[in-house]
Design a protein. Structure first.
Length: 70
């Protein structure tokens, strides 16, 4: 099962043309594949970036910390 990138119509995976909008699907398969890979790379880099970055404390954190003795 695949979805037409032009009209979002569900069609069998072995179809060459979309029955609704008549777009040729072979041309889109590589594009969609590369797009999904790129989206995954971006998501992975965002997750890696948030884990590596240490959390910085500001002076307000110390000021409003109720457990800190003054």
């Amino acid at each position: 099962m695949q979805i037409c990138p032009n009209c979002s119509y569900k069609i069998p995976s072995d179809a060459v043309y979309c029955p609704r909008c008549r777009v040729k699907l072979d041309e889109w398969r590589d594009y969609i594949k590369r797009l999904r890979e790129w989206e995954q790379e971006v998501a992975d880099s965002r997750q890696a970036g948030t884990k590596q970055r240490p959390q910085q404390q500001s002076y307000r954190d110390d000021y409003y910390d109720l457990t800190r003795r003054r």
